[in-house]
Write a protein that binds this ligand. Sequence first.
Ligand code: GDP
Length: 304
Amino acid sequence: MFNSLSDRLTSTFKNLRGKGRLTEAQIDGTVREIRRALLDADVAVAVVRAFVAQVKERALGEEVSGSLNPGQQIVKIVNEELVGILGGETRRLNLAKTAPTVIMLAGLQGAGKTTLAGKLAKHLKAQGHTPLLVACDLQRPNAVKQLQVNGERAGVPVYAPHPGVSSEFESATGDPVAVARDGVAEAKSKLHDIVIVDTAGRLGIDTEMMQQAADIRAAVNPDEVLFVIDAMIGQDAVNTAQAFNEGVGVTGVVLTKLDGDARGGAALSVASVTGKPVMYASTGENLDDFEIFHPDRMASRILD
Ligand code: GDP
């Protein structure tokens, strides 16, 4: 991931190494290269503009320190800015003081939520948690079945509506808000310490979908709302992330399909637009294709 961006920046910075004090014209030249590299990596235009402005301001304002040459100084600044936008330190899951911790997944259809639900459940189970998956994607045919399959693979139970069978609790089986509420009640009664709520997406943003996600959020009061986004989405990342952040309110970001051709610009765009950290990365279709996201490693990867 980020290959073209890292190659670009590396060659840019190689040109700077060994040179003496940087002039404003040289900084401008570097900034132009950074801008082009980020745009090539499909980072949103507005995000690129803000990023390069910030780098330039710092480069101009900072003394070139003794141990670093000017090129290294700019690499350092770019690195720190990248890490900052991507969330700084690796952000750990916010666990509820009183169990269960409720994690809600939100995002467009096809983003990889249902797959991620299984991955996250497996990961948390391996850490000693006792998660319960809750199937609230009642929109997409097969989503409930898909979650059940993932749950089985992860060795994690799934709470799902059973058509025609009234639930132990009060929900109507077709209402995702009621299913979410009942899923949390189920987790409490069966002493699961974490609940992962999979929700429905649409191919595009629409108000009905946003309202449903907002209603689920209001019903279960999640400790985390993870916005799941396909890293291949490119420039649309900004609008989508903004819509979910405003419509539902997100606490963290998960990037999926980082195994594909995505150049990863979405990571910067989404983190920058939402101000929320990227917490996990999904890198394939199997349940083990899952990583905790490390902003510093990602930034070095971008720069290496
Ligand atoms: P949802 O509609 O958001 O629940 O998306 P799904 O979890 O059903 O995923 C949509 C498709 O993307 C499925 O075919 C998944 O197997 C695939 N998928 C999900 N995550 C990844 C990933 O990280 N990499 C790849 N290559 N495919 C993925």
